[in-house]
Design a binder for this molecule. Structure first.
Ligand code: UDP
Length: 332
């Protein structure tokens, strides 16, 4: 069975990727320092607790587990924090990835699927965004991911590394069986915050900007289910294994939903009212971000299974309820 190193395998998207790898017959080895990840999210293979900066442990893990490829998720992902503390982002997301790449190449592992982002594009010049859109990130988070894309390009040329950079739009939803899901602290993402407001766990949800040039005035995003993202990683890995070219691919559904549309979806799915308040726009948030996902379809044969926002929200709600029940048991 092929063993795959999954950095950040205890995190939100990484844990769903481990599930998808296992379903496709791979053996995922999660590598995570548990700074944001959760031990309980690692359910489909072993967990090595370690930091990417610990190059000796990274090397030992690659060698002892005889890994043949790497899915690289481990990174800091708070856009706002990256603006106030850029060195934290460049050190972890860039410097530590450089160490990982060197460890892989030295061990003869030449396949990497990298967790990139539509934040590498910066302010959109046209919509929907295809992979040829200029990449001018407007925050250190996006810049750090773009730097890694560029490193992959040059490592590919020089050392024969085969890579695929997957540029996610808005990862959302959870395992439909409620085994794993989104569990960030602090939580900044729209869907979990709206669910918390519906459940009465927070007083309200703020709508960041109601004066955008969109039909209802709120910002539009492309919400892609995390299981669809995870499946794309497995297909990207298979593509590399078959000798396919290294490349960057957008992962989105190709359709957008406004903040208000997401709130209405939560109200439909949960049957609960969501208290909202208007708030100023969040700095750097464009009006619309929607993927042109045709390339991933053409190259990988990938297409998202969950298009319906209610369907995506329903999986997040299942997870939310399961977490709330677990918290109640811990408190009791
Ligand atoms: N948003 C909002 N209120 C919140 C959190 C997010 O109105 O409390 C908006 C945000 O401005 C963006 C969309 O919801 O337009 C999705 O934001 P999120 O942080 O989930 O993802 P992002 O698009 O920033 O990666």
């Amino acid at each position: 069975m092929k063993k795959v190193l999954v950095t950040g395998g205890a995190g939100y998207i990484g844990s769903h990727a481990c599930k998808a790898l296992a379903a496709a017959g791979y053996h995922p080895i999660a590598y995570d320092n548990l700074s944001y990840g959760h031990r309980r999210a690692v359910q489909w293979g072993p967990l090595v607790v370690g930091d990417l900066a610990d190059t000796a442990l990274v090397r030992r893990t690659i060698r002892e587990h005889e890994v043949t490829a790497c899915l690289h998720f481990a990174a800091f992902t708070y856009v706002g924090e990256s603006v106030t503390d850029p060195r934290k982002y460049f050190r972890n997301n860039v410097v530590n990835t450089l160490g990982l790449l060197d460890s892989l190449v030295e061990a003869g592992v030449r396949r990497m699927v990298f967790s990139s982002t539509c934040a590498t594009y910066g302010d959109p010049q046209y919509m929907p965004l295809d992979e040829a859109h200029p990449q001018h990130p407007v925050n250190p988070y996006g810049e750090s991911k773009l730097m890694v894309e560029r490193m992959l390009h040059w490592y590919g040329r020089a050392y024969g590394l085969n890579w695929s950079a997957l540029r996610y739009f808005n990862a959302s939803g959870a395992d439909p069986e409620g085994r794993i899901g989104e569990d960030h602290d602090p939580e900044t993402h729209l869907i979990p915050l709206v669910l918390q407001a519906a459940a009465g766990e927070r007083s309200h949800v703020s709508i960041f900007g109601a004066d955008y040039p969109t039909p209802d005035g709120t910002a539009i995003r492309d919400y892609i289910h995390v299981d669809d993202l995870a499946e794309a990683h497995v297909l990207a890995l298979a593509h590399l294994e078959k000798g396919g070219d290294s490349l960057a691919l957008n992962l989105g559904t190709g359709s957008g939903h406004s903040v208000r549309a997401v709130i209405e979806s939560v109200e439909r799915v949960t049957g609960l009212a969501v208290p909202v308040r208007s708030a100023p726009r969040r700095e750097g948030d464009p009006a619309v971000l929607v993927a042109q996902p045709d390339r991933a379809r053409a190259v990988l044969g990938w297409q998202p299974h969950r298009h319906d926002i209610d369907d995506i929200v329903a999986t997040a709600w299942t997870w939310h309820q399961r977490m709330a029940a677990a918290r109640a048991r811990w408190v009791a």
